[in-house]
Design a protein around this ligand. Structure first.
Ligand code: FAD
Length: 294
């Protein structure tokens, strides 16, 4: 049964990260932080989660916005909304697979509330921002009572709705290194309908080419929604590195990716369909990433 009312809770609105961390420590396992609330509040209405204390992060300015980190890359505050990422020229031009992903997520209303940090911390296998961030080599910074730590997004997830984030930690920001010259990427999402749907399959590809010619210097492939966590696929990457990129090579990489994926079959699509779509969409993502470079 779907219960519509939220259970009782006490609301806290800290204005700094240290205040938020103090509240988390004080209320221990009875507290949960939230950002846009687009995942957490529906889960509370369904009584999947019943925190007694809700710590609203939205007033913490140091966790907001997109800024250049010299020539090294960009830092995106965990509270940056999906809508802000969609409107960012920098993200659109330089970090295209991430831009591809956010423009296909949810609806404009959800994108105006939902945050990048919330998408990652929810840790669902179909989280759309995860495969693009993995192929972009991004890392996340987490802050807790014992200080800060940084970890690659590809090592962040542990299982469905599980990550390395500890109960007393908050995700502060995401760092994405500046892509090299002659590099670009693509994220493709398969849905049952054109909008407002979770991914049946998500594929991100990023290629770095030699200055001239067709030789691929570096390749990264990541899949979403087809394993207990978003995954990187080195087996498909190896097919591309130091080779020319063409239809045959991209198809070979697609095959390698479909061998590695471990999707579930459910009411939304069968296991076999998901695997064959991994093959098709990996090939397509590679060729479209390549087209964006040459
Ligand atoms: C109608 C609808 C459509 C959707 N479509 C998509 C879609 O297409 N693709 C997709 O990937 N998702 C989709 N979602 C899921 C959701 O909107 C996104 O995952 C969104 O980015 C979550 O961000 P949030 O800020 O609202 O998270 P919240 O609900 O605020 O938080 C989610 C979880 O993360 C934790 N958390 C949040 N921020 C932090 C932080 N900084 N540090 C530590 N923990 C934190 C919270 O404690 C909570 O457990 C959809 C949701 C709805 C309701």
């Amino acid at each position: 049964m779907f219960i519509k009312r939220l259970p009782d809770f006490q609301h806290h609105a800290p204005v700094s990260l240290s205040e938020a961390l103090d509240l988390l420590t004080k209320h221990g396992g009875k507290a949960e932080v939230y950002a846009g609330g687009t995942d957490l509040l529906p889960a509370m209405k369904k009584r999947e989660k019943t925190p007694k204390h809700l710590i609203d992060l939205k007033k913490i300015r140091e966790m907001k916005g997109i800024r250049l980190d010299g020539k090294k890359g960009i830092r995106i505050g965990a509270l940056t909304t999906l809508g802000e990422l969609e409107r960012s020229t920098l993200v659109h031009e330089k970090f295209t697979p991430l831009w591809d992903a956010v423009t296909m997520m949810a609806s404009p209303q959800i994108r105006s509330l939902g945050t990048l940090g919330g998408n990652l911390c929810g840790a669902v296998p179909s989280a759309d921002t995860a495969p693009p961030l993995i192929v972009l080599g991004a890392s996340v910074k987490m802050v807790g009572p014992s200080g800060e730590r940084e970890i690659l997004v590809e090592n962040f997830f542990r299982g469905p709705k599980e990550s390395v984030l500890q109960k007393d930690e908050v995700m502060k920001e995401v760092f994405i290194p500046q892509p090299g010259n002659f590099a670009s990427g693509k994220y493709i999402k398969l849905m049952r309908r054109e909008a407002m749907d979770l991914a049946l399959v998500g594929v991100a590809a990023c290629l770095t080419m030699e200055a001239r010619g067709k030789i691929c210097k570096d390749a990264r492939i990541s899949l979403g929604a087809v394993a207990p966590t978003p995954i990187r696929v080195p087996q498909a990457e190896e097919v591309l590195i130091n080779r020319e990129i063409d239809e045959v090579r991209a198809a070979e990489a697609g095959k390698a990716a479909s061998v590695v994926c471990r999707p579930i079959g459910d009411i939304r699509s069968s296991l076999a369909y998901r695997c064959s779509m991994v093959e098709v969409l990996t090939k397509r993502a590679i060729l479209e990433a390549y087209k964006r470079i040459v």
